[in-house]
Design a protein around this ligand. Structure first.
Ligand code: UDX
Length: 439
């Protein structure tokens, strides 16, 4: 078993550190945020992720996981140093490498002996080479960069860490790549070795492809509405072809989160800088932006003015089982609702504290879906939490002042809504509107 330092305790860093400790390595997580480190030392996870806090505190008690703000303490005698700091989006869509650069500069100050630097952060192609040359300009200690991109999904991050489809190891230095393979052996996940630049590209290419699948099915959904087809049936029928596959063909209000929006734009920029026009991906990004407001437009069309209307919003996070609000479709939709003069009452099982930090102050928060729905003139279902989608349509009808449901995740059966007497608008399926208006 190895001694490992992990720099950055965001989603990727924390999950990586905890998982590596769980399989037996001795791990020290380093973060410059003192408050966060104190919280972690006490065994508390700063993010909501199933099973993470239990595994974190267990490995702290086992003395396999340590947390510190000190690079020197964390990197002393480490066999490998993982870099898992954020690479947020610059205003022009490129990846901001400020934190990666800061890590290299800090490390150059403390490294004493030959080291392997394992880059988990999603970084543009060529960044690991740049990190290596920056390091070489700052210290004589040999440092071998290995690109080891992370494919975890929020909400199932721990499960993904132990059951991933592949571990990609990009290295131009044989022993460094072998060390990373050895570190990962206990996970029993297939390893794919390649050069550094291809590994960096695999991450962007995979995320952009999945985003493309989503924008594609959303455009098919928009066409289904115009031509009278049902996108759920279309996706099922397409997905039966193993070359296509059913996953990531769920039409809705577009993709959000910390990866797809940022990585698609970064790849477009990478292409631009290389003198290549990645037109398909430009469209994927544009379709996603428009898709976010599809449901709002339906509401405007149905209700006319939204001024003074009580609107319930069920679900705020960018997807279920996470408290992450980054690039959530709810942000754009709520902004439009407020601009249109609606009174918004929102509920989310976990994300409300995070939402309160970024949403306009004019919003009311309810303690439950039922409370949000009470006396509402219309409701928006934006995140498919089990707790929300298990609400019987009969209850929804009974609670609301007028039972009009705009479902951004296609959670209910339109025929059932019609039977129960709810006006029901979803994505890529027949709308259940008042009989007089129906075509
Ligand atoms: C994604 C990748 O899946 C993961 O491999 C990578 O490491 C990070 O980015 P994540 O952002 O956690 O993971 O969420 P994911 O489950 O992929 O969903 C992303 C967004 O796409 C969500 O907003 C989700 O609602 C949306 N989505 C997903 C759809 O709209 N339709 C689908 O069929 C699938």
């Amino acid at each position: 078993m190895k001694k490992i330092a992990v720099i950055g305790t965001g989603y990727v860093g924390l999950v990586t550190g905890v998982a590596l400790a769980e399989v037996g390595h001795t791990v020290t997580c380093i973060d410059i945020d003192e408050e966060k480190v104190k919280q972690l030392q006490a065994g508390h996870s700063p993010i909501y992720e199933a099973g993470l806090e239990d595994m974190l505190s267990k490995n702290i008690s086992n003395k396999r996981l340590f947390n510190t703000t000190s690079y020197e303490e964390g990197c002393r005698n480490a066999d490998a140093i993982y870099v898992a700091v954020g690479t947020p989006e610059n205003a022009d869509g490129t990846a901001d490498l400020r934190f990666v650069e800061a890590v290299v500069r800090e490390l150059a100050e403390v490294l004493q002996e030959e080291t392997v630097l394992v880059t988990k952060s999603t970084v543009p192609v060529g960044t690991n080479d740049w990190m290596q040359s920056l390091m070489a300009s700052l210290t004589d200690v040999p440092v071998h960069a290995v690109s080891n991109p992370e494919f975890l999904k929020e909400g199932t991050a721990l499960k993904d860490a132990f059951n991933g489809d592949r571990i990609v190891i990009g290295s131009d230095h044989g022993p460094a790549g072998e060390l990373v393979e050895e570190i990962n052996r206990p996970f029993g996940i297939p390893v794919y070795h390649t050069d550094i630049r291809s590994a960096e590209m695999i991450k962007y290419a995979a995320n952009a492809f999945l985003a493309t699948k989503i924008s594609y099915i959303n455009e098919i959904a928009n066409l289904c509405e115009l031509l009278g087809a049902n996108v759920e049936d279309v996706a099922d029928g397409m997905g039966m072809d193993p070359r296509i596959g059913r996953s990531f063909l769920n039409a809705g209000i577009g993709y959000g989160g910390s990866c797809f929006p940022k990585d698609t734009k970064a790849l477009v920029n990478m292409a631009d800088q290389a003198g290549h026009n990645f037109g398909i991906l430009d469209e994927v990004v544009l379709v996603n932006r428009k898709q976010r407001l599809k449901l709002f437009e339906k509401a405007k069309h149905r209700l006319g003015s939204l001024k003074g209307k009580n609107i319930a919003v069920l679900g705020l996070s960018f997807k279920p089982n996470t408290d992450d609000m980054r690039e959530a479709a709810s942000l754009a939709i709520i902004e439009e609702l407020i601009l249109a003069g609606a009174t918004v009452t929102a509920f989310d099982p976990i994300a409300m504290p995070n939402a309160k930090d970024i949403l306009p102050e004019a919003i009311y928060y309810a303690d439950s879906s039922n409370e949000a729905l009470q006396h509402a003139d219309a409701a928006f279902l934006l995140t498919e939490w089990d707790e929300i989608t298990s609400l019987p349509l009969t209850d929804i009808k009974q609670l609301m002042a007028s039972p009009i449901l705009f479902d951004g995740r296609n959670c209910y059966d339109p025929d059932e809504a019609e039977r129960i007497g709810i006006e029901y608008y979803s994505i890529g399926r027949q709308d259940i509107s008042p009989a007089a208006e129906r075509v």
